[in-house]
Write a protein of this length. Structure first.
Length: 182
């Protein structure tokens, strides 16, 4: 009873040794394919980690490039604003009227002509910040600057609509005297 069925057939002479070896090989192959089908393929962890590291590196590079582009864009806008202010600023007068205005909760003053003071109140010109200085620029230039960066514009009055005065204004006939300027 200790011998296998193939050995018994071999002893009886019903099969020869080549046939026995052939069937053993077939059985061995079939067992291997069954095992291979049941076992899931192994995932190479090193390869997976390398791919994840590469993806993180690409994402970081993309973020750095985006930040660099944003900084470059801000510099270009600042240069454009500086150029607009320097090319369109109106001259100040040291012996002119001291015009006071508020910026960042502090009161500042610039010396300008009376014509510019009147134009400021009517909305013809505006005050913009250039670094730590303040400049007076025409209304069109101030509007262009405001489109680029509103924080640079310190003061810009809206012009009063022409032809529209309040009919019920009791003080329409009285002008504000010059000595009431603060």
């Amino acid at each position: 009873m200790g011998s296998s069925f193939q050995d018994q057939l071999l002893k009886l002479g019903l099969v020869d040794k080549k046939q026995v070896e052939k069937t053993k090989k077939k059985q061995h192959k079939s067992r291997k394919t069954k095992i291979a089908k049941n076992v899931q393929p192994k995932v190479d962890e090193n390869k997976l980690l390398a791919e994840q590291a590469l993806a993180k590196k690409k994402e970081r590079a993309r973020q750095l490039n985006q930040e660099r582009e944003e900084k470059l864009k801000k510099r270009e806008e600042a240069a454009r604003i500086r150029q607009l202010i320097e090319s369109s600023r109106l001259p100040k007068q040291e012996d002119g009227v001291a015009y006071r205005f508020v910026d960042r909760k502090k009161v500042f003053r610039i010396f300008i002509s009376q014509e510019l003071v009147d134009s400021l109140s009517r909305g013809g010109v505006g005050i913009v910040r250039l670094g730590d200085q303040y400049e007076v620029c025409p209304a069109k230039a101030v509007q262009k600057i405001a489109e680029l960066d509103k924080s640079v514009v310190v003061m810009m009055n809206k012009p009063a609509p022409k032809g529209e005065t309040e009919e019920d204004d009791p003080y329409a006939g009285y002008e504000v005297p010059d000595d009431l300027m603060w």
